[in-house]
Design a protein. Structure first.
Length: 407
């Protein structure tokens, strides 16, 4: 087996799909949850394909387009034409517009379950992908210059030898644990309430990033004229809002978000997720790469977690295809370290931006509040700075073009 991918969520499945473009490769995806069933809406939601929605950068959309998936996904995606950044109860505001950046959209919002549906359907049609689910890797050990994965499937054990194992099984990674790879976890003392709400006016493809006294609030345009909501709050306030009836919840949201979202008429089922910054102590070692939330789980404030991971995927695929062409083993540590070196600066910038933004806009110090407002005003007037941030957010800072397949 050329590669074993531990985790069939968004990142693991995307990597498998990118590698499967080469028909000469053999790929195993080991996933402990049942894959999303396209024709069974009552089936339990996979943790990576749950009720949350994701703002895809143009770079991420480019990856899906090269896989032939974007046209199908696009039917369930809503373009972001404007991003409005505000600080609750203050004068600061910054606006990023697609027309000013000379792009069709700043990004697209799609529910995770639709991405899962199309990714899994695609993998099931790839003859060189072995999708093992539900299955679990119970052990990883080195054997010569390769690594052996002990996989449990339907109560029986199978041994799969490979030059490369990719750990992409989420922030609470069992793969990291099996390999003894630690992680630094910094809690934000916040949880996110995730749901969808319907306003009494058109959303006009507007995305709101609102910084409130209790934490960041992201409101994204969705299909059927809904807003997709990620509301970050302390645990006590989150518990109150989860216990509130729909009417009370919508009124509280209107007050926090401001008049831009209009009067809300309907709210969907609410979910909560704890928030933390999780950084693996190692992303590569001989025969191993750690990807996605297993490598770096970010606060959702800037919507960069999946998009950064997809840039990792694109560069890793570029690295592996080049190695194959040059006869270099995919488990070669120098090769994998070279991949990480290419990704370190973008990862550092993205992680620092997300972390510092969260801490800055969750602090109630009045002096910091003045600095935040002044910063937003300054940001809105400095076109060069705004263009740089917009370019990074759209995923244009790193090439996501996949390499050509050489038979």
């Amino acid at each position: 087996m050329d590669v074993v991918i531990m985790g069939g969520g968004l990142v693991g499945a995307s990597l498998a799909a990118c590698l499967a473009r080469d028909p000469n490769l053999t790929i195993a995806v080991v996933e402990k949850f049942v894959p999303p069933q396209a024709d069974d809406p009552s089936a339990p939601l996979h943790p990576s394909y749950d009720a949350r929605n994701t703002a895809l950068s143009n770079g991420t959309c480019h990856v899906f387009d090269q896989l032939g998936l974007w046209q199908s996904m696009r039917e369930y995606a809503v373009p972001i034409q404007t991003i409005d950044i505000t600080n609750q109860g203050s004068f600061g505001r910054a606006v990023i517009r697609a027309e000013e950046e000379r792009v069709r959209a700043l990004g697209y919002v799609i529910e995770n379950r639709y991405m899962g549906k199309f990714l899994m359907a695609h993998l099931q049609q790839c003859p060189n992908v072995q999708l093992l689910a539900p299955a679990e890797i119970g052990g990883l050990h080195y054997e010569g210059d390769e690594i052996v994965a002990s996989v449990e499937i339907d109560g029986r054990w199978d041994m799969i030898k490979t030059p490369l194992v990719v750990i992409a099984d989420g922030a609470q990674s069992q793969g990291r644990e099996l390999l003894g790879i630690g992680a630094d976890v910094t809690g934000y003392d916040q949880v996110a309430i995730v749901t969808a709400v319907t306003p009494d006016c058109p959303h006009n493809n507007l995305a709101l990033e609102r910084f409130t006294s209790t934490g960041p609030l992201a409101v994204l345009p969705q299909t059927d004229n809904r807003w997709g909501l990620t509301w970050c709050l302390d645990q006590v306030r989150a518990d109150e809002l989860m216990a509130a009836d729909d009417e009370s919840f919508m009124r509280a949201l209107e007050q926090a978000a401001g008049s831009t979202i209009g009067n809300l008429t309907k709210v969907g089922k609410r979910f909560t997720y704890p928030l933390a910054l999780t950084l693996a102590k190692e992303q590569v070692r001989p025969n191993v790469v750690v990807l996605g939330n297993a490598a770096h789980g970010l606060h959702p404030v800037a919507g960069q977690g999946l998009n950064m991971a997809m840039r990792d995927v694109a560069v890793l695929v570029q690295t592996l295809f080049e190695a194959k062409a040059n006869g270099i083993s995919w488990g070669d540590f120098k090769l994998l370290h070279g991949y990480l070196q290419q990704r370190e600066q973008d990862q550092f910038n993205t992680i620092q931006f997300s972390d510092k933004l969260t801490k800055l806009f969750s602090n109630r110090n009045p002096l910091l509040s003045l600095a935040r407002n002044s910063g937003l005003l300054l940001f809105d007037t400095l076109q060069g700075t705004k263009r740089f941030v917009a370019r990074h957010a759209m995923g244009r800072s790193v090439s996501t073009t996949l390499p050509e397949v050489v038979a």
